[in-house]
Design a protein around this ligand. Structure first.
Ligand SMILES: Cc1cc2nc3c(=O)[nH]c(=O)nc-3n(C[C@H](O)[C@H](O)[C@H](O)COP(=O)(O)O)c2cc1C
Length: 300
């Protein structure tokens, strides 16, 4: 259920510029056929509930003539008319290149205002058909973080057991899994994980003071991508607030496997865990950006 509802057009404000007609991805603004030169009204018609509530009509109307219902007003700021003036490419690239996955955190808690500011940035992520179907679980309770850490450890211990029988198992598992279990790096990685655990380290969640889990119902092949973009917004917003983050695929996988842990977090049955982010104040400073793989592009 969407909260945004487009009601129609304020005829007094509408200048018939037709921007809404050109902009609406569902073609719901119509200018009925007119005589040449006649300036007749534009109408909003959604007989088959095809509106995806993207609000592009609200955003594009130069005279604010779209009437809608929502608890929130449209957000206005002068720079929206010249977006490139908000941040130039070089500064943006510095900011993107400066981002690292943070695995060493100070013990200081993340203040609630900063958590809310990060979540607010995630709210503005694009999503397929504007579904915005995400829900978040925010965890700062160390006991609950420990439960998730233990779920990761349990999953890794199971994997370590399975790996022992890899020579037999390889005959039964799918190709990708076969490559994974037969790769010597998998066993070495698991052994290293448990060496760290035995030393009292936390190679699962890196002693982060905060966890953000993003969940969404399975709406098809794009749901995972949507969540990924939302978390990326969050990572970048966190960085602008002096915070560090790391996406923890292992925790995501553990939550996917262990129903009891999902129940503890009150994640509804119909929701999948699409990503887990740890967050906190970094206890590390970087001096340079490492090289990345060159782009692989086919130009036509
Ligand atoms: C989907 C995803 C899952 C990841 N899972 C883990 C993880 O479980 N543990 C971990 O330490 N890092 C994890 N990472 C972080 C990657 O290792 C990291 O992004 C990569 O090495 C590049 O480093 P950078 O983020 O500092 O540029 C994950 C990243 C992504 C995008």
């Amino acid at each position: 259920m969407f909260n945004l509802k487009i009601i129609g057009i304020d005829e007094k404000k509408c200048t018939k510029c037709l921007e809404c007609v050109k902009e609406c991805p569902s073609g719901l603004f119509i200018k009925p056929p007119t005589e040449v030169g006649e300036k007749r009204e534009v109408i909003f018609k959604d007989s088959y509930n095809r509106c995806i509530f993207c609000g592009h009509c609200i955003a594009v109307c130069p005279t604010d003539a779209i009437i809608f219902e929502n608890a929130e007003k449209a957000f206005e700021f002068p720079e929206i008319k010249n977006i490139a003036s908000i941040i130039d490419y070089n500064n943006l690239m510095k900011f993107l290149r400066a981002r690292r996955s943070i695995r060493r955190f100070k013990s200081d808690p993340v203040p609630k205002e900063k958590i809310n500011a990060v979540l607010e940035a995630m709210r503005y992520a694009p999503s397929a058909r504007n579904a915005q179907c995400w829900e978040y679980v925010v965890i700062s309770d160390p006991e609950i973080i420990k439960v998730i850490k233990n779920a990761v450890i349990k999953m890794m211990a199971l994997l370590q057991k399975v790996i022992k029988y890899r020579k037999i198992l390889k005959l039964f598992v799918p190709k990708e899994m076969k490559e994974f279990i037969m790769d010597p790096a998998t066993k070495i990685g698991l052994d290293h994980f448990f060496e760290e655990i035995n030393k009292g380290e936390d190679p699962a969640l890196y002693n982060a003071p905060l966890l953000i889990i993003i969940c969404a119902p399975d709406l098809g092949s794009m749901t995972g991508a949507d969540a990924g973009i939302a978390l990326t917004h969050g990572m970048l917003a966190a960085q602008a607030l002096d915070l560090g983050t790391c996406w923890i695929g292992y925790a995501q996988e553990a939550l996917r496997r262990f129903k009891k842990t999902r129940e503890l977090l009150k994640i509804p049955k119909k929701m999948n865990v699409n990503g887990v982010l740890i967050m906190g104040y970094p206890a590390v400073k970087y001096h340079r950006t490492p090289p990345r793989e060159p782009l692989k592009i086919r130009w036509f």
